[in-house]
Design a protein around this ligand. Structure first.
Ligand code: 13P
Ligand code: SF4
Length: 302
């Protein structure tokens, strides 16, 4: 029996669904019931009828699925798969910053721990950050933890002061203008699409700036045939599957090692044992649900 057949049998036996992020390994995307971006995965998590969610992504995504489904068993096959950007925001530091800017509202990227979310007014993802910040009546915004995303939002929201946190995604931050310019020279007809976690000087070179799901939609509806993809390389797996007649060029080095920690073997183990489950302090979970639900009410922005 193949690994994918084994997974399919176990899913039925355990009444489980598999949710996977767009950066997961191709074989993991293939066995998932739903593949999407951070917002799509949170929305999907609220629609699950099965008893068990096997979450193939990084720690904060699995936590969000649990926060939104406190009565379901959420299993994260590799609990060591922790997003380095989420680890850059500590709750004590955030509490201190809130004291310094007591008149500010706190917008937090979903790439944060549940404890940090419990300190926020509202969450956002890369697909709705501008819309979320615009929705607030406060003139002053604390934006954590992605400095690049915060700077991107500031381009569109001129009437608010955005206080930034020095966090970043190592995978997107290493995409430099030289890499993009070189690919553009090699493929002069290609459209450049980058993720808003990229540095401002990379954003300046882009034809479009999108979340991972936004990139999927953009390519689907575009009449162009070549695309330089400024995000984690595995998004190209889905792009190629859905658009076999279009060409995609990855940025060298754009790999998220933590996303790759989840393998077919770890998914099988998670389904067999239904361990390790995501556990969060109930009080933190209650508080963290509020900013997540506020974000979901706002919905997608791109
Ligand atoms: P999105 O899929 O929401 O665009 O997020 C990208 C990312 O870096 C998730 O960790
Ligand atoms: Fe975190 Fe960046 Fe990896 Fe996303 S791509 S999980 S933000 S390190």
């Amino acid at each position: 029996m193949s690994e994918s057949e084994r997974i399919s049998d176990l899913k039925k036996e355990k009444n489980a669904v598999i949710l996977a992020h767009n950066y997961q390994r191709p074989e993991v995307q293939d066995i998932a019931d739903f593949v999407g971006d951070s917002l799509g995965l949170s929305l999907q998590a609220t629609r699950v009828a099965a008893d068990v969610i096997i979450f193939c992504g990084v720690d904060f995504m699995a936590e969000s699925a649990k926060i939104l489904n406190p009565n379901k068993k959420v299993v994260h096959p590799e609990p060591g798969a922790k997003c380095p950007m989420a680890a850059m925001c500590d709750v004590d530091g955030l509490v201190e910053l809130k004291k310094v800017h007591a008149d500010a509202k706190v917008v937090g990227y979903v790439n944060t721990t549940a404890a940090c979310k419990a300190q926020m007014d509202i969450c956002c993802t890369s697909s709705n950050a501008v819309k979320v910040v615009r929705s607030l009546d406060s003139r002053k915004i604390i934006f954590v933890p992605d400095e690049n995303l915060g700077k991107y939002v500031q381009r569109f929201v001129k009437d608010k002061e955005i206080i930034l946190w020095p966090g970043y995604c190592p995978t997107h931050d290493q995409i430099d203008p030289e890499k993009v310019t070189k690919l553009k020279a090699e493929h002069p007809g290609a459209v450049v699409i980058v993720h808003p976690e990229c540095r401002p000087e990379v954003i300046d070179l882009a034809d479009a700036v999108k979340s991972t799901e936004g990139m999927i939609k953009f390519v689907r509806s575009s009449d162009r045939h070549e695309f330089i993809i400024g995000t984690e390389k595995e998004l190209i797996y889905r792009l190629k599957n859905e658009n076999p007649n279009k060409s995609f060029y990855a940025i060298p080095g754009a790999v998220c090692p933590t996303m790759k920690m989840i393998t077919m073997k770890s998914v099988i183990r998670a389904l067999e044992t239904l361990q390790p489950t995501v556990e969060i302090d109930p009080e933190i979970m209650e508080k963290a649900r509020i900013p997540l639900e506020r974000m979901m009410d706002i919905g997608r922005g791109d």
